[in-house]
Design a protein around this ligand. Structure first.
Ligand code: TXE
Length: 497
């Protein structure tokens, strides 16, 4: 369709089946998770509310497929072919994928389109790694010994994803698991399952053998919990809140499964006085308005040099007022809806708490009239690091502003957080940029830009933002187990005399 036209709402809600063993599973009598578009207030999709028994069936299918070796023992080149065909399938269906992604998440359609197209690139990249993944050899162990380090797929992986970037977060993980030769049981968020189920179809059409990718839909309890507790799952990749991540960590003790966690963030935007202030202000506004601030890496804490703070605030207030917020189906919209009414209320509560704690509301703090849940871009100035708004993840378009006078103080404020997911630095001084980069604790950093990336570089966090890394070559290695092999050469020296 013409990308400048506004698509309509669907004539009726779309009901999806879940996906086990290569089959779409439909049962007329089951409970549903009903999704109301957060921007329009009407039902758009429904997916089955699965049970722990459905998880058992999906895990059994994934285990069978893994044990049969129909995927894990294929040459990497054949796995790559399937991933490349899947990427082509994503590109062919990108308009449809973006449409349902927008309806379920409330994100602008233009943003959903670029996320879907970017996602195709992750499947293509992982296809390359499937062909180059290798182990190591040791020829330095003396004449009588040779060593090998062999990489093997970990096995069956549980993949639990959140609602903020359903298709992109899937793309940052699934193709890397598949490239390694693993089989997967995925559970998307109960709010945003459509595009994960569509991906199961696309992978099937691309030639992925039955049982390699399974999708069980439904709520965290019981479905997510059953996955994290399951004793026949070898690893879980979880993306979501710290609290649920902690539950996943406890549940993983059941069989000592490996756990990859990408949790929350409270990422600083450090702006030095010598920065290109127009560009920095534009980046800071983008970093908190993208996805209505509902990104794990949203730049939610502005840490700005005292001497330029007032001028920078004025730039931000002006730019915030010009962000186009509203119907995400309208291609002109830049910022869409908040995921649920409850989440909107939580964000508004944080804004009130910031003001009660002594911060000043420089702009925003409002909601839009009409259907759906929208919050206007909000700037709280005069924020101290001990306030809840500076410490806790708000996950909305709310930027806190704190000032510093020396680079040491900037680094101290940036690191004064339980999180360590991401950080941005704005300065024209390369020495200052690199020195600050080295001292700030974060898994992902940007210098004179923010929230950008691709499949090549690894992503993940430190401190309570999680552990493990996704994407890049590391992203495939994460889903492999190392096996070391000593091979004796020549005559054995007898032990038994
Ligand atoms: O997350 P949950 P929620 C943060 C953000 C947000 C807050 C709450 O601050 O406001 O978390 O969001 C599944 N065992 N992030 O409540 O509960 C759930 O069904 C296993 C940051 O939506 O963590 C969904 O599929 N799984 C984040 C997934 O976990 C369980 C993105 C995430 O949901 C479960 C989202 C259980 N017991 C929220 N309970 C980021 N890092 O990007 C729920 N789930």
């Amino acid at each position: 369709m013409d990308a400048s036209l506004k698509p309509s709402l669907p004539a009726q809600p779309r009901a999806f089946a879940f996906h086990v063993g290569g089959r779409a599973v439909r049962r007329g009598d089951r409970d549903w998770c009903v999704r109301v578009s957060p921007a329009h207030g009407v039902e758009v999709t429904r997916v089955p509310a699965c049970t722990a028994a459905d998880v058992d069936a999906a895990v059994a299918a994934a285990r069978r497929a893994f044990a049969q070796g129909i995927w894990s023992r294929l040459p990497g080149s054949e796995r790559a072919q399937v991933l490349l065909r899947a990427a082509a399938g994503v590109r062919e269906r990108f308009e449809e994928l973006a449409y349902w992604e927008t309806l379920e998440t409330g994100k602008p359609i233009t943003q959903a389109r670029s996320e879907v197209l970017a996602s195709a690139g992750y499947y293509e990249y992982a296809a390359g790694v499937a062909r180059t993944l290798s182990g190591d050899s040791f020829n330095n162990l003396g004449e009588g010994m040779f060593g090998l380090v062999v990489r093997e797929p970990i096995g069956v992986i549980g993949l639990i994803t959140p609602w903020n970037f359903p298709f992109l977060i899937l793309a940052e993980r699934l193709p890397f698991m598949l490239a390694a030769g693993c089989t997967v049981v995925a559970k998307p968020s109960e709010f945003t399952s459509a595009t994960t189920l569509m991906m199961a179809e696309i992978l099937g059409e691309a030639g992925l053998p039955d049982g390699v990718f399974n999708v069980v839909t439904g709520y965290g309890l019981p479905v997510g919990q059953a996955i994290t507790e399951h004793t026949d799952i070898d690893m879980v990749s979880f993306t979501g809140s710290v609290a649920t991540g902690q539950r996943a960590l406890a549940a993983s003790a059941s069989n000592i499964k490996k756990l990859g966690l990408e949790l929350g963030g409270k990422s600083p935007q450090i702006v030095f006085a010598d920065a290109d202030l127009e560009a920095a202000a534009d980046g800071v506004v983008y970093g908190i308005c993208l996805n209505a601030g509902q990104c794990c890496v949203s730049g939610s804490r502005l840490v700005v040099e005292e001497g330029i703070a007032d001028a920078f605030r004025d730039l931000l207030v002006d730019k915030f007022s010009r962000v186009r917020i509203g119907d995400p189906l309208d291609p002109a919209t830049q910022m869409g809806a908040i995921v649920t009414e409850a989440h909107q209320n939580k964000i508004l509560g944080y804004i009130r708490s910031g003001v009660a704690d002594g911060a000043r509301l420089a702009c925003g703090g409002g909601i839009l009239d009409g259907d759906g849940w929208f919050i206007t871009p909000t700037l709280l100035e005069g924020v101290r690091s001990d306030m809840a708004v500076a410490r806790e993840e708000i996950f909305g378009p709310v930027l806190t502003m704190t000032t510093f006078t020396t680079p040491d103080e900037a680094v101290a404020i940036a690191n004064d957080s339980v999180f360590g997911l991401a950080a941005s630095i704005w300065t024209k001084d390369l020495d200052k940029a690199l020195d600050t980069m080295r001292r700030v604790q974060a898994g992902r950093m940007w210098i004179n830009t923010t929230i950008t990336g691709g499949p090549e570089l690894p992503i993940g966090g430190s401190k309570q933002s999680g552990n493990g890394r996704e994407t890049g070559v590391y992203g495939v290695e994460e889903y492999t187990e190392l096996k070391s092999v000593h091979i004796a050469l020549g005559q054995r020296t007898p032990w038994v005399q």
